[in-house]
Structures are given as C-alpha cells and as structure tokens.
Design a protein around this ligand. Sequence first.
Ligand SMILES: [Fe+2]
Length: 492
Amino acid sequence: MNASQTLERPLAGRHDAVDDGDLPPVLRGAFTPVLAEMDVDRLEVIGTVPEDLNGAYFRNGPNRRFAAEGRYHWYDGDGMIHAAYFDRGRVSYRNRWIGTAPLAEELAAGRALWKGLHEAPRRDRPDMPLKNTSNTDVAFHDGKLVTMWYLAGGMYHLDPMTLETLGPARFDGAGALHASAHSKVDERTGEFLFFDYGKDAPYMHYGVIGRDGALAHRIPVELPGPRLPHDMAFTEHYAILHDFPLVYDDDALAAGRHKLRFHADWPTRFAVVPRRGTPGQIRWFEAAPAYMLHVVNAWEEGDEIVMLGTPFRLPRDLAGNIESEKFAKMWSVMHRDFYFHEWRFDLKTGKTRERVVDDVFCTEFPMVNNAHRGQRTRYSYHIAMVRESRMQPRFAGLVKYDYDRGTAQAWSEGRDFFYSEAPFAPADAAESEDHGYLVSFVWNAREQRSEIQIFDARRFGGGPIAQVLLPHAVPPGFHATWVSAERLARGW
Ligand SMILES: [Fe+2]
C-alpha cells in the first residue's frame, strides 16, 4: 500500500469534539480507533529527517476492535503497534494489531467477548477474567518485540520488521511467563528485567531473562496484600520494586469487583534487591505515602540508590489530610496532576531521603537515553500533561529536564497538538548523553492529520526539525521504544 491510496477513514474530529453521539471521549476525535493495517514505504516529510537517525520507533496503545457492552475505559482497547522505520533520511510506517489469544477468540466469534475495566470481570473465565490486550508497553529483546499489559499477564512476541505476532512469548526454562508492563531491557547487558504481580500471595515476583531468551532468575517479592504497582527500576547492581499504598478493596475483591482504595496513612515501600538476589536479600525502604506510574531512571551514587519518577500530586483538603477516596477516583478517571520527584535509599542506614525535583510543570511519560538507563543520567524527556482535560487525557507538549542544572525547557504549540510518549533516539555516532533526537507521534488538529515530529534533543527549544506525514490518524496511545539500527541488526 502506498501513501496516495484512499484513507480508510476521514481524519476529521478535533480531540475536543463533542458531536460524536454517545461515544466516550476516549473513542472519538483523535482517539477514534484505526481499523486498517497499513504499510507505507516512503512518507512525505516537511523539513529534513537527519541522516544519522537510523532505527525504528515502536509505540503500543489501545485500539478497540469490537465494541463491548457497558462502559469503555481508555485502557480497554486491543493492543496495536504503530512503527516508523528510519533509514538515512527516509521513513516508512507500518501498523498491526497484536494478535493476542483473546482477540483471536473475538475475531472467531465476530464480536466482543470481554467487557471493559468499568464492568465486572468474567467469572466464567478464571484464566482470563479481564482481557489481556497486551496494549501497554513494548520492548526489544532477543531479536523480537515483546508486548506487555499493565495488569500483568502473558506477553507476546512480534517480528520487529513485519510486526507479525509470532505468538505468546515463551522463554527457555520458564514457558509462557507472566510479567507486567514496564518490565524492561538493560541495553548494556541485553537482559530483560521483569516483575509480575497479582491477587494471590506472595503478590509479586521479580526476575531476569538473559540476553539469550532463557530464564536466568526469578524470586518471590512478598507483599502484605494485592497491590497495583505499575513500574520498576534498575541500577547497575540492583532492581527496585514498588509497593504503593494503592490497594484493591478486599470486600469488593471478594465480591468479584475491582475497587481501589488509597491508604493515606500507610507508607510507600520500595524493595531494593541485587539483580540476581535472593528473597532474603530484599531490603525494604519506607517513604512518604505516594502513588506513581512511571520511573524516570535510577542509579547508584556512593552508598545511595537514587530513583527519579513522576508521582501523582496527592489531593489535600484544608486540614492537610489526603482524601483517599478522591485519590482512588483520580486514578481511575483522567484528571491527573504529576510532578518530578527524587528518592534516595541509603544502603548504610536503611533510611530514605526524598525531594521534589520540579513541580512547575505537570509531566509524565518520562524517557531517558536508554543506553544510559541504570546509570546516572543528566537529561530526561517528559510529556507535558494537561491537568484537567474533561475525561480525555491530553499530552500537550514535551519537556526536557536538565537534572544537573535543575532546569526544565518546554515545547508546546498550544491545544491543537497531542503528543505521544517520545523516546530518545541516539544519533549514530553519539558523542554525549543528549546527542540524538526525540520522536513522537502527534495528532495535529490544526492540519487534521497525524504526523511524527522529530526534535534535536540538544537544540530542543527550536521545536521540531521534521514532520513526517502519516497515511492515517494514529490515535493517542501508551508506551513506546526506540531501537537503533545497530540494535536491530545485533538482536539485543
Ligand atoms: Fe505505564
């Protein structure tokens, strides 16, 4: 298929559109699911795509195939990978559904068989009460793409070039291992560090899959009860697992429903464990009550482990108490307020120190140069979020942080542009941490089109240096990764 062919659906619909009948905000306008799978060889470019930007940009996200009964949540959609391949200034595009087992069942039935997060889970399917859409995250490991789901479950393997689903991810020595989104690859070792969590004791596991695709390590991480962690971190020698006081309500769980409760009087706990450590080597560090989706990075500094992230700003009433019900609701709807935070775990004293890095900008979906992940990084690149966005999350721009200088630089072109998690893509012969580019799918409502914007990370304030025009609208999604041409060729 080439770019001149007829688009499969009109690009109409601004992301604040209100005229699409009863559809929820996360199914209309820019969020309208895309039904076509396309391959476009050479995309039109405004500006110049750098010759030293070579590799592939992969982004996962929800893209509903069949309408289900009941209320729709943005997290419900079936996973679809959108990919852009960069080759010496030329860009091609491909998108494919992730061929999950439940989607195959629905395709065979010709209709939805699972309802969404807002409705009751399926009691007749203890193997899959909620649909594992694999729609949340994507990584490159052992020559394949690995797609993951935020509620943890079986992962899927995809061919990185064709995006064909190869099947449920299976690992030597472990079979079809379960893991959560934000299990992550250490590009320095090629290892895949994973965590899995669930509703049964011990409630969490942590492990390592080697560069060769074989299970190298797996241990239980005992939690006091079922939790809803979202991310993990690693340094050169340690892994860090999260126990935030956002928990499933026991009574609701017993009745087969999902309801979250935030315990404002419980500490946050972080497990620090050597990367190949035993359960007995886990050290728990307590910190102030918090909830966070995404880690920026973590590293070792003398006797301390530093972890940066973008937690929610907790709502407080006039008496200074955190309103736990309000917070649980905040999590499940789209009114979100985040800031940039630092934790320091002192391995000698067992104490935690923490501080706010930045609360001027509301940012989330943080990225660093992944070649430096687990090591000290100076720069991170976040999405500027709109705090109140009428049930539609809005990724309004990009922010580059300089941790050394304590500065932040933002890029926005106003409300007509909706960004996507923007991974850092190192230049071919990178000479410094920020020598490279940021790539982001963007819904450009001003021109009523989707495009990929490319920023020079070192000259970030100048705005995009190129806009790559896409053949159809790419709805906003979740997590993305950049895989350099060198890594694609090497396989890890
Ligand atoms: Fe996430």
